[in-house]
Design a protein around this ligand. Structure first.
Ligand code: CMP
Length: 142
């Protein structure tokens, strides 16, 4: 099915100057960027986005990291976009990420793991709405 997913290029990867390299992976894999913006998240924005993890021991470190610099937030569209994006990213822990995935190539640790992607169609809808209004998502015209 044609799906949309939320993609974030995290502060470590933005700092490494690999936004274009990561976008290239999406595009060559058949995903289309239909919305994008650079943001520097506030503590409140990061806490709200990751609210489901608020009881996890890594939550404080996660919020500190995600507010440590700018991020690129994008909406990607394509056939099976949620799973396809997850496959391009690789495992959450870069030590377990397959060769050729974004986390194998650009992430150092599970805490600073370069990218985030929605894990299911339902969470994608919620995560997209967290950052983008309907008007900010651009339909393909050609
Ligand atoms: P992300 O997909 O952005 O969702 C939550 C993030 O928490 C995750 O990527 C990791 O970067 C980070 N994290 C740190 N420790 C863990 C852990 N033990 N399990 C899952 N996520 C973790």
């Amino acid at each position: 099915a044609l799906e949309r997913t939320l993609s974030m290029i995290k502060p470590d990867a933005v700092g490494k100057n690999v936004i274009g390299a990561i976008y290239n992976r999406f595009e060559t894999s058949g995903l289309r960027i239909v919305a994008a913006k650079m943001m520097h998240l506030s503590k409140e924005q990061a806490e709200g986005f990751y609210a489901e993890h608020s009881e996890r021991p890594f939550f404080g470190a996660l919020v500190d990291f995600m507010t440590s610099g700018p991020i690129m937030v994008s909406v990607l569209e394509g056939e099976n976009a949620v799973l396809r994006h997850r496959e391009i990213m690789g495992a959450t822990n870069p030590a377990e990420a397959l060769a050729g995935t974004l986390r194998a190539d650009y992430a150092e640790t599970i805490d600073e793991n370069a990218v985030h992607g929605s894990d299911a169609v339902e969470s994608a809808a919620r995560e997209i709405a967290y950052f983008f209004s309907d008007e900010e998502i651009c339909a393909r015209t050609r």
